[in-house]
Design a protein around this ligand. Structure first.
Ligand code: PGA
Length: 265
């Protein structure tokens, strides 16, 4: 049961779900999270399991949702899950047509922000410089930054996975890898995102071990890339996998909860 407290299941909804679907998703999941939190709170949690007290104090439960910006106001008042932007701008306000202010997210109760997702990097030219600024803004706003990193299939074929990962971390956190206490990292091999292909357990283990060796021991490292109820158990057992970032399989409450239950309970 202890693992159920610290194993993070984050849902990246991307550009999906209508208002009606979001509304019914939230109604349904809130009750189900309550049931799980009751069990978690009854269990004895040792300091060893909660490896990162600063983060533990900020997380409302093991569940996070990243909805589309226009859906954000539907999350106002939802108190038993963490939620926030799929992307945002690193200034609070001003002449930045088309951008979304982190301050408005905060005003609605958001507490966690996704930064540097591979779709932002490849489709929308997200740069390391912007990613670093967004992490800084997030911390200034007292929100949790969830940084996404991952190699392409070409990088993997060239045996450059670990180098790419290290470069992305340095690009986001500075050359000396200045790791914020509340940072969460999501390792998502680009070729595994939305393709149905998952990385082999040994490969996930190697990359997560390497990331851990570069960062603080208490920084959770999530795995992402075609996570679904069927592979959740196996992936959750890989060393240093502290949670999942889930796209397609997070759009239905039952599927998201099955992933969590299969991984932890
Ligand atoms: P997927 O997406 O689970 O659909 O592969 C993961 C992600 O993009 O975060």
């Amino acid at each position: 049961m202890n693992k159920a407290r610290s194993f993070i299941c984050a849902a990246n909804w991307k550009m999906n779900l209508s208002f009606a679907e979001t509304h019914s998703f939230l109604q349904k999941i809130s009750k189900q999270i309550e049931e799980r939190l009751e069990k978690i709170n009854k269990s004895v949690v040792s300091d060893k399991v909660v490896k990162n007290k600063a983060l533990d104090q900020k997380l409302k439960s093991p569940f996070c949702i990243f909805p589309q910006a226009v859906q954000a106001s539907l999350f106002k008042g939802i108190s038993n899950l963490n939620w926030g932007a799929q992307d945002f701008y690193f200034e609070s306000s001003g002449a930045f047509t088309g951008q979304n202010s982190p301050d408005l997210y905060k005003e609605l109760g958001a507490n966690i922000m996704l930064i540097g997702h591979s779709e932002r990097r490849t489709l929308f030219n997200e740069t390391n410089l912007n990613i670093a600024k967004k992490i800084g803004k997030c911390l200034e706003m007292d929100m949790i930054p969830m940084l996404c990193i991952g190699e392409t299939i070409e990088d993997r074929k060239k045996n450059e996975t670990l180098k790419v990962i290290e470069d992305q971390l340095k690009g986001a956190l500075g050359k000396s890898l200045d790791v914020p206490e509340t940072l969460i990292v999501a390792y998502e091999p680009v070729w595994a995102i939305g393709t149905g292909l998952t990385a082999k357990s040994e490969d996930v283990a190697d990359v997560h071990k390497y990331i851990k060796s570069l960062l603080n021991q208490g920084t959770p490292i999530l795995y992402g890339g075609s996570v679904k109820p069927e592979n959740a158990k196996e992936l959750s057992l890989v060393d240093n996998v502290d949670g999942f970032l889930i796209g397609g399989a997070s759009l239905k409450v039952d599927s998201l909860l099955s992933i969590y239950d299969n991984a932890c309970l």
